[in-house]
Design a protein around this ligand. Structure first.
Ligand code: ZN
Length: 264
């Protein structure tokens, strides 16, 4: 693989037109990389490469979505460090929400490569056009692009038509969030998610099923001047290990526009 090749160039050079045609192992092969499935204990995935050949090893026990994301992530390392690479990646590095490349963070850069490889911007935007930021829609996009619900939800928020935030929380409260570019930075996500949110009830009572999109007071989720005067829509689901994934969006965007005007 040539140094600094982009995911979009890879799609073009391989002549791939739709997510149905993405065989990640064939893509790896195209880049001179063979994929092995093994029991891994010291790391979640790794790549060792020299010259123009490399071998990626992924955890044989991981889900297919996880294996695909891991292979795409390791190809990201290969694109950056072609010629000589030996990287072992931990589970906490292989996450679609860790995408911001602060100070040359190689793991974040590899995650960004993986997200773009599995869900290219131009195709995902087209697929998500006009879709509300619901879990049902994120789930359908996840099936279409064969990625996890979390990865699809992040991409739906990042590239979707409507302003929304995706938030992951657990018993300790806020873990991470990702926002649509139109949401002003003055709107901050609460570090303690409100007790009247659906996410809170899903965390404290295991017998409750996800109710789907639900209208809640905006201050259950966010904090900014005037937040007490309006509502947002929340769609929350459990995603394992005590975590809840929530999509929060604004049916009435007036509050967002006011915040943006206040900022400028
Ligand atoms: Zn890595």
């Amino acid at each position: 693989m040539r140094r600094n090749i982009t995911p979009e160039r890879l799609w073009q050079e391989m002549g791939i037109l739709s997510p149905d045609d993405v065989d990640i192992e064939v893509m790896a092969y195209f880049c001179g990389v063979r994929v092995k499935y093994r029991e891994l204990t010291s790391c979640a995935a790794r790549i060792v490469g020299k010259g123009n050949k490399a071998i990626i090893t992924v955890d044989q026990d991981a889900s297919i979505e996880r294996q695909r994301f891991s292979i795409a992530h390791e190809l990201g390392h290969w694109a950056q460090d072609h010629g000589q690479v030996s990287v072992s990646c931990r589970s906490k590095d292989l996450t679609p929400f860790k995408l911001k490349d602060y100070k040359g963070d190689r793991e974040a850069a590899a995650n960004r490569f993986a997200v773009e490889l599995l869900m290219p911007t131009y195709l995902f935007k087209e697929a998500a056009r006009g879709m509300a930021a619901t879990m049902a829609n994120a789930s359908a996009l996840g099936r279409q692009f064969r990625v996890s619900l979390t990865a699809a939800a992040i991409r739906l928020v990042e590239l979707g038509s409507f302003p929304a935030i995706v938030v992951c929380s657990n018993n300790g409260g806020y873990r991470w969030s990702w926002r649509h570019p139109d949401i002003p930075l003055s709107i901050r996500v609460n570090r303690l998610i409100g007790r009247n949110s659906v996410a809170h009830s899903l965390r404290v009572d295991a017998s409750i099923a996800s109710p789907g999109p639900t209208t809640v007071d905006a201050d259950e989720w966010v904090n900014h001047a005037g937040v007490e005067h309006y509502v947002v829509v929340e769609d929350s689901v459990r995603v394992g290990r005590g975590s809840v994934l929530s999509l929060v969006w604004w049916e009435d965007e007036t509050a967002l526009i006011r915040s943006e005007l206040d900022e400028n």
